[in-house]
Design a binder for this molecule. Structure first.
Ligand SMILES: Cc1cc2nc3c(=O)[nH]c(=O)nc-3n(C[C@H](O)[C@H](O)[C@H](O)COP(=O)(O)O)c2cc1C
Length: 384
């Protein structure tokens, strides 16, 4: 186990697991090719009248959160099949793992995932700059710095949420990353504070100091991290959410692009936050119930008029990807474990999950198992 790993408390360690193997798969998600397909490094696209914005900034109106062990490349590919426009974040990859450990394979991803942002962990400006450069060379659309992860191991390495105490160091880090990343946007994901800090006081100070280093985009998880006594999992639920505070930050810093994160589970809630905020990030709900969160996101959030895929269509669209990855030696379960929640709340959902959970680790299984599981879920829900 790598020294940064928190023993699986937060759900995995990007330094220890081969979580981001990359490749180019054969079946691009629908519409992807129209937007990005012919671009080698498509980080700038034209949007609206004459405005040029990075595709990551446009997509940041709605994003799926970085989640260790969950938002790996298979998961992101599946999510991309449900939404073409949503910004997808990788799991956190630590700068030491990339720069000192040479684990650049952690940056591998499927080209269809664009717009895709990579999240880095670290607190050494030089090391973060070197890591950011590697990310840019790989063609990521955004490089994000983790200032929110409360894991003990992360604290001991001065990573993550503990950096809320040192905005000047964060400013130095992002300034160095920005220099290295050139025209690729560097962003921050942070909390409203840690431990006994007073969020109303420290959050504006943090935004002021870090934005002075040239950072314009922040995602704020609307709760504190308590660095002593709570596990990373508890730190995602127990400290209370303070949405009004985050909304006030948008009023106080109208020139910054601010996204809100934490406890948001539906597109209706998302739209309500978007009345105030520039962006919304969803984590657990997107993973556990991707159909509710993602299938209509392009239409509801980005005004796309293309009809949304159905959940069945999204599953079927995974078949070529599954076959291609399995031909490379990846186990079926590594992919299907991210698909278990697609029918949450629907008749047949339990059987779908059971067939995949019990069957996908067995030798010799493949797409036929997924098709069998899919046949247990009625495609059309009968009207009452
Ligand atoms: C399994 C898991 C792993 C996570 N890993 C990361 C991570 O690597 N980096 C990070 O900034 N946040 C991480 N988070 C926190 C999420 O990005 C998000 O901030 C948090 O879950 C709150 O959003 P939600 O209520 O929409 O889930 C993780 C969350 C979960 C559930």
């Amino acid at each position: 186990m790598h020294w940064l790993c928190d023993g699986g408390q937060s759900g995995g360690c990007p330094c220890c697991e081969d979580v981001l193997h990359g490749s180019t798969s054969e079946s691009p998600p629908r519409k992807f090719a129209e937007n990005y397909g012919s671009r080698a490094n498509p980080h700038i696209i034209e949007y609206g009248s004459n405005t040029l914005k990075s595709n990551a900034q446009i997509a940041a109106r709605f994003s799926v959160a970085p989640m260790m062990d969950w938002s790996d490349r298979h998961c992101r590919y599946f999510h991309r099949l449900m939404s073409c426009h949503t910004l997808l974040y990788t799991e956190m990859v630590t700068a030491p793992a990339l720069v000192r450990g040479g684990a650049v394979h952690l940056l591998d991803y499927n080209v269809e995932e664009h717009p895709v942002a990579v999240q880095l962990g670290g607190s050494d400006p030089k090391e973060l700059a070197a890591a950011a450069k590697l990310c840019v060379e790989r063609g990521y659309d955004e490089v994000n710095l983790n200032v929110g992860c409360p894991s003990d191991r992360v604290q001991s390495g001065t990573f993550g949420a503990v950096l809320m105490r040192d905005p000047c160091l964060v400013a130095d880090c992002v300034a160095a990353m920005k220099d290295a990343a050139q025209d690729i946007e560097v962003t921050i994901k942070c909390r409203i504070g840690v431990d006994d800090q007073e969020p109303e006081v420290i959050l504006p100070d943090f935004l002021e100091k870090v934005s002075a280093a040239g950072i314009n985009r922040f995602t704020i998880h609307a709760r504190k991290a308590w660095l002593q006594g709570l596990s990373p999992k508890e730190n995602r639920d127990i400290p209370p959410l303070d949405y009004p505070l985050v909304h006030r930050m948008k009023t106080a810093f109208p020139h910054l692009h601010l996204s809100i994160n934490g406890g948001i589970t539906t597109l209706n809630e998302t739209c309500a936050h978007l009345d105030v905020m520039d962006g919304v990030m969803i984590g657990r709900a997107a993973y556990h119930d991707p159909a509710t969160v993602l299938l209509n996101a392009d239409q509801a959030i980005f005004g796309d008029t293309t009809p949304a895929r159905s959940a069945h269509e999204a599953v079927e669209a995974m078949y070529p990807y599954i076959e291609a990855r399995m031909a490379e030696g990846i186990r079926l379960h590594s992919i299907t474990r991210h698909m278990l929640g697609i029918f949450t709340g629907r008749p047949g959902a339990r059987k779908w999950r059971r067939i995949l959970s019990e069957g996908a680790t067995k030798p010799g299984v493949g797409v036929a198992l997924v098709a069998e599981a899919l046949s247990s879920v009625p495609e059309h829900i009968p009207a009452d």
